[in-house]
Ligand binder design. Structure first.
Ligand SMILES: C[S@@+](CC[C@H](N)C(=O)[O-])C[C@H]1O[C@@H](n2cnc3c(N)ncnc32)[C@H](O)[C@@H]1O
Length: 382
């Protein structure tokens, strides 16, 4: 019997292709790339696997209804008509997350309220009792996406966003989203060499790099998922998915290291590395990038320097110029830098061989690869 259904994994701008490749590896069928999302098909086991293993997904949705609605009254009627009693106990807890891209529906909060009213009115009429709204750990999480008059209602199988891996308890000024960090490493194609982040902050890139190198599933440290509260949840199936994925965990024979000028950042990184049980394999020290040294052997350098409004422009320019000078010492290797400051990126003084547009939160960024040839590129080829 074919138990496949459609699913959608949401991601960040620029990571759609990476996510599609991850899904292909997990055995997903009919993969389709959308804007900040990837559609695919599979069964409940794939839904468990996608939640547990995907590194670049923010959540995995299971669409349950798609319809047109010209206004909020029609939206209410059509939401009311869905069989909510099959999905939630009338005295359970409910959370509704709404994304609206529409001239008709302009207030996502109002749309969420109307949806909640429709669900609660139906259940109250049937059972004289209604669910309560609760953000954390709700029994049922619903995602409503409205594109003009096209409404898709989905069950959110993940719960808390999948970037919340569970290992990061300490963060500094501008911590990188774990999904973005994982995506950057996958985009760089890093493998079979050392990894170094000379401005490591709370250590996100280092921990995600180690998880990838050791094939540690993305949600290995996480406590739970929304699907575990669904009526059709199979604990034995999920346990087997986890066991199979955890069996892949292996050792890694290269160095993963980081440094940062701030003692607090280094303490944060060390605490997070300890949470991930990686203190033996990731080393971090307090150091200005100017004094940084690479581990012995081929090394991929990847970093997320300061940008945005926090530093004075002159300081930023100095820092990026210094970064360029340091990179010139790392010849024979590859350096990847993500920044939203295009002017400062130019001050590195090297021509990027690859440039990828991504977003860090609301900031449009470039993720640039610098091939650190000895002398000129031409001389290196010769
Ligand atoms: C945007 S944060 C990095 C965030 C990090 N990716 C994370 O996930 O937490 C930039 C880091 O660069 C560090 N930094 C700034 N100037 C530096 C320098 N000259 N040498 C080394 N680190 C520096 C800051 O202390 C800060 O932790």
């Amino acid at each position: 019997m074919n138990n496949d259904f459609k699913m959608v994994a949401k991601t960040m701008f620029g990571l759609e292709q990476v996510l599609a490749t991850e899904l292909e590896t997990l055995g997903a069928k009919n993969i389709e790339i959308f804007h900040r999302a990837v559609g695919f098909e599979g069964d409940m086991k794939l839904l468990y696997k996608a939640n547990y293993c995907l590194r670049t997904a923010l959540c995995v949705l299971k669409p349950i209804a798609n319809f047109k609605a010209a206004d909020t009254d029609e939206l209410y009627r059509k939401i009311y008509a869905l069989k909510w009693e099959k999905l939630i106990n009338p005295d359970g807890t409910l959370y509704i997350d709404t994304n609206v891209y529409s001239d008709v529906f302009t207030h996502s909060l109002y749309v969420s309220q109307k949806t909640k009213d429709a669900i609660c009115d139906r259940l109250r009429k049937m059972f004289n009792c209604r669910p309560t709204i609760q953000k954390e750990d709700a029994d049922l999480r619903i995602n409503l996406r409205i594109n003009e008059d096209d409404v898709t209602v989905s069950l959110d199988s993940s719960g808390e966003s999948l970037f919340k891996r569970g290992y990061r308890t300490e963060v500094g000024d501008a911590p990188m989203n774990e999904v973005l960090a994982a995506g950057l490493i996958l985009l760089s194609g890093w493998k079979d060499c050392n990894f170094y982040d000379p401005m490591c902050g709370s250590g996100t890139l280092l921990i995600e790099a180690s998880m990838q190198a050791r094939k540690i599933p993305a949600q290995y440290y996480r406590k739970g998922f929304a699907f575990e509260k669904w009526g059709n949840y199979s604990k034995p199936d999920f346990r087997k998915i986890k066991e199979d994925a955890d069996k892949q965990i292996c050792d890694f024979n290269y160095m993963i290291c980081g440094s940062d000028i701030s003692a607090k950042a280094v303490d944060n990184a060390k605490a997070n590395i300890l949470n991930a049980n990686m203190s033996e394999e990731i080393s971090v020290e307090k150091k200005n990038i100017l004094e940084s040294t690479l581990p012995e052997g081929k090394t991929l350098i990847m970093t997320n320097p300061p940008y945005g409004e926090r530093l004075e422009v002159a300081d930023i320019i100095d820092l990026y110029e210094q970064m360029g000078n340091v990179f010139k010492r790392y010849e024979g290797n590859e350096a990847w830098v993500i920044s939203s400051d295009l002017f400062a990126l130019k001050k590195i003084g090297l021509k990027p061989s690859k440039k990828i547009t991504l977003y860090n939160g609301s900031l449009e960024c470039r993720f640039c690869c610098f091939d650190l040839y000895h002398g000129s590129k031409k001389a290196s080829k010769q």
